[in-house]
Design a protein around this ligand. Structure first.
Ligand code: FAD
Ligand code: SF4
Length: 536
């Protein structure tokens, strides 16, 4: 249905601001509103893709999903004021004016308010602290009341998380997760955890061994339709210099596609999800992972639906408890937990840097051009698809950055830019907290550090690499292994205070002074080779 443009004299009651990660037609933003009196505002703003150097797949998925929601709202009779980027400019639909040239979110919203004079602005809680501040500032400057509604997409709101966290000396996901299981009744039999245990982790986390993963179930693809193809063409032209590729873009961009992706995962990959959750293999980006994070974070998919589908698969004996519990823990546990951490500790969280890391991000993170086979695979896959699974993010790209000592805000900006599922509330605690331990233990009980031997155990990357994960010094030394020992040396005093890591630190006692010196020298060479200044 083609929408009519609002005339300047037509009265507008509420202006509902819908952000790029709030694409749920059933969102609380629409509660009690009337399409005849209220209007929806959505804007594509280039600055959002430029404040960090956002990769093409991530720009494309947000814009494609936004345009599909715009069309669905128009079909339902909503007036949608929509600003679409073009190859060299932007055009509004639904509004009579041509717009203003400002490429910031605030400039466009301020202009719309001046044009349409709404009685009130309505928005669901944004997923980024600075965006919430920005919208509040725009509303204040325009003297329009702003109503911020709770995002009922999530199963735990800020007050509930505070009730969980208040008075605890230490936050740990496992305790939060059990509370969430009890509260929601997910995977519970009466008051007890279904299957007799809260956690089946010890049954999970195998590696594939020499034979590899064998024939893998190919995930359902979503070839771009006309709307998505227009977005891909625009992104290729306008953001040509940005990293990443679009040839393989096949992500779900509507609620219906997201549901198909969920069904496909439950039927074909969930049964083996747990067992191979941590495994990696060259040229196999998906393995048994769900690929649902972007659909969830854009709010195309309700987590309750995902949880119910996974639980049903177990109750109907289509998937084992270890896989189902492992998967449910990611959504009901980790996903809700990191959001709680984000809102509890922002804005100060962004500036944490426990280890005082001060190195620049190696330039090859933006190109994948490195001799390190594990990093090359994880980075190329990231740039090609906008995707890497959790262990690739935590124990390859994240681990290297941690061991090298990259500034936490710099690696945070990279993760926020490159993944199709990246939204600050989930990306920041995972990067800064879980992978870089920059928050000093808020998220994780210990830094996730390992040598190249971990990567060798969990993947086949080392087989095709010119380095040897068992060597820490010398011409074939694996940079991960060198930097692992260097990290222990640099942070020995701090790490020795952590009982979960003290055993690793004790291994330093077996090294002679000459060996320690050789490690430091080699680490300096690794840093220099990364295009990063040598250790001070
Ligand atoms: P699966 O492996 O199939 O897991 C199922 C779902 O569980 C995911 O779709 C996701 O919604 C949820 N989930 C799993 N692990 C986590 C976690 N640690 N935190 C929150 N939710 C989780 N996830 C994002 O959604 N956005 C990000 O920007 C993001 N950045 C990350 C950065 C780093 C450094 C690390 C270590 C992890 C990050 N994660 C992020 C978490 C996790 O890696 C991704 O959710 C997952 O890889 C997405 O792939 P999938 O959908 O196939 O997940
Ligand atoms: Fe990565 Fe080291 Fe293995 Fe090479 S040897 S793939 S750099 S862990």
């Amino acid at each position: 249905m083609k929408q009519k443009a609002i005339s300047r004299s037509a009265e507008l009651r509420n202006l509902v601001v819908v952000l790029g990660d709030q694409l749920d037609e059933r969102s609380a933003a629409f509660d009690g509103l009337d399409p005849r009196l209220d209007a929806v505002w959505m804007a594509e703003v280039a600055r959002e893709s430029e404040k960090v150097w956002v990769a093409k797949p991530r720009i494309a998925i947000f814009l494609a999903a936004m345009r599909h929601l715009r069309d669905a709202l128009n079909e339902r009779g909503w007036r949608a004021f929509y600003r679409a980027l073009t190859a060299d400019g932007a055009e509004w639909s639904g509004l009579p004016g041509k717009g203003i040239s400002g490429e910031t979110f605030a400039a466009q919203l301020s202009w719309t308010i001046a044009e349409t004079r709404p009685v009130r602005l309505i928005i669901v809680e944004p997923g980024e602290w600075s965006v919430r501040e920005e919208i509040a500032a725009v509303a204040k400057a325009a003297d329009v009341p702003l109503e911020i509604r709770t995002d009922r997409h999530f199963l735990c709101d800020a007050a509930e998380f505070a009730a969980h966290a208040d008075g605890r000396k230490q936050l740990r996901m496992e305790f939060f997760y059990r509370e969430m299981r009890r509260k929601t009744g997910v995977l519970m039999d009466g008051g007890e955890p279904a299957g007799g245990q809260w956690n089946f982790d010890h049954d999970n986390r195998d590696s594939f061994g020499k034979d590899g993963p064998g024939l893998l179930p190919a995930p359902r693809r979503f070839p771009p339709d006309k709307t998505t193809r227009e977005v891909l063409a625009m992104v290729s032209a306008r953001f040509a210099e940005h990293p990443g590729e679009l040839e393989k873009f096949d992500w779900p961009v509507t609620a219906a596609e997201a549901r198909e992706a969920l069904d496909d995962f439950i039927a074909h990959r969930l049964p083996d999800f747990g067992r191979w959750e941590d495994a990696m293999w060259s040229g196999e980006p998906w393995l048994y992972h769900s690929r649902l994070s972007a659909a969830l974070n854009l709010k195309l998919l309700d987590p309750r639906e995902v949880l119910a589908a996974a639980e049903r698969a177990w109750r109907e004996k289509r998937a084992p408890i270890a896989s189902v519990e492992g998967f449910i823990r990611q959504i009901l546990g980790w996903r809700e937990y990191v959001r709680g951490i984000y809102w509890r500790f922002m804005p100060g969280y962004l500036y944490r840097n426990t280890f005082g890391a001060d190195e620049a991000l190696p330039p090859f993170y933006w190109t994948g051009e490195t001799e390190m086979n594990c990093l090359r695979h994880a980075l190329r896959q990231t740039l090609d698809y906008g995707y890497a699974h959790h262990i690739q993010r935590l124990m390859v790209t994240g681990l290297f950055s941690l061991l090298l000592g990259v500034r936490p805000r710099e690696i945070h900006a990279w993760y926020l830019a490159v993944y199709v599922d990246a939204v600050e509330w989930v990306e920041l605690p995972n990067t800064l907290g879980m992978s870089q331990y920059a928050d000093g233990g808020v998220m994780a009980s210990k830094p996730y550090i390992a040598s190249g031997k971990y990567i060798q155990r969990m993947s086949n990357y080392c087989t095709g690499c010119r380095f040897d994960p068992a060597e820490r010094t010398g011409p074939r030394a694996c940079p991960f292994t060198t930097l692992y020992w260097d990290f222990l040396l640099r942070h020995e005093t701090a790490l020795a205070k952590n009982p979960r890591i003290v055993m690793q630190v004790r291994n330093l006692k077996r090294l002679t002074d000459e060996q320690k010196e050789a490690i430091r020298d080699q680490a300096g060479q690794v840093r220099a080779g990364c295009g990063v200044k040598p250790d001070k």
